[in-house]
Design a protein around this ligand. Structure first.
Ligand SMILES: [Zn+2]
Length: 307
């Protein structure tokens, strides 16, 4: 068989174009443990970040600034909440960063969420005197935000298979204080969604040094299995344990109530939960990195479809 040089040349050009088109030549960013941990410290430096506090509001500003630094478009969802008819309404806000994949196509939307408020009272503290003090929330609040902010930096827009929203919720953690409900911010977002996401993943309390993240009872089984398989393939099977342990009221519940597929990545076995001892020294940078690495791998290499 004879192939003319002209035809051959064209084939080579096409081959080269196809190869280059797959992945751009940019260096891949890997999820950095210390960069994520720096976000934990920075949030704790702001202060006690319970909903309605100045520090809480400043944390929303911090998140917005960090997202914009990474070129992420930010929407602020501001609303008022009154826990009962007599209470003065409190101004709350969710911060939502929107990352579009580089390739223009109908990419299904995925939401990753974390609460940024911290609990107003350390009502789990072993010392009764300390229970009137707020929680600093290095892990409970700080760790989930840190993972999402570092993902905003490292996610490769050329590799994304989904449009990704990073949602930072106000007022997850004030439940049962006065008449406050749990997951107020996530509930507001879930009820006001104009686009139906393919699935939702919540990241909460993932920074424990003795990290052991089990399946959560209310979470979607197929998506959990997929995530925990990625973790096992990355060598994190001691941190991601594929067995149901707890049933948890968290920011995933309002999305499940809207009929959506949602998973809560949470390590509830944290000795400093809702105590004054939930401080940055209790958070391990490596624990943040493992969770970030699993999520980056999901979004860039091992996409999940709930459809
Ligand atoms: Zn909490």
């Amino acid at each position: 068989m004879r192939v003319s040089w002209n035809v051959m040349r064209w084939l080579l050009v096409l081959l080269a174009a196809a190869t280059m088109g797959c992945h751009s030549a940019t260096t891949r960013q890997t999820f950095d443990a210390e960069a994520a941990y720096a976000h934990v410290v920075a949030q704790c430096d702001i202060g006690f970040r319970y909903s309605g506090s100045d520090a809480g509001w400043a944390t929303g500003d911090y998140i917005r600034a960090e997202l914009e630094k990474q070129g992420v478009a930010v929407t602020m969802q501001v609303f008022e909440y009154a826990p009962n008819a007599q209470a003065t309404p409190v101004r709350l806000r969710n911060v939502i960063g929107k990352i579009a994949p580089a390739e223009v196509r109908a990419a299904p939307l995925v939401i990753l969420g974390a609460h940024y408020d911290t609990r107003r009272y350390a009502d789990g503290d072993p010392d009764p005197q300390a229970r009137a003090t707020p929680v600093l929330g290095a892990n409970d609040g700080g760790s989930g935000v840190a993972v999402l902010l570092e993902l905003a930096r490292v996610l490769d827009r050329d590799r994304l298979q989904n449009e990704v929203w990073l949602a930072f919720f106000d007022a997850e953690d004030q439940g049962r204080i006065g008449d406050w409900s749990w997951a107020v911010g996530a509930s507001y977002m879930a009820r006001h969604l104009e686009v139906r996401p393919d699935y939702v993943i919540i990241v909460d309390m993932v920074g424990d040094q003795q990290q052991e993240i089990c399946w959560e009872h209310n979470s979607d089984a197929a998506l959990q299995a997929h995530l925990w398989q990625i973790a096992a393939d990355l060598g994190y099977e001691s941190s991601f344990v594929p067995r149901v342990k707890h049933s948890i009221m968290d920011d995933h519940i309002p999305f499940i109530q809207q009929g959506l597929v949602a998973v809560d990545i949470i390590d509830l076995d944290y000795p400093y939960w809702h105590t004054t001892q939930d401080t940055p020294d209790k958070v391990a940078p490596e624990s943040l990195r493992r969770v970030g690495h699993v999520l980056q791998t999901l979004l860039e290499e091992r996409p999940f479809s709930a459809r």
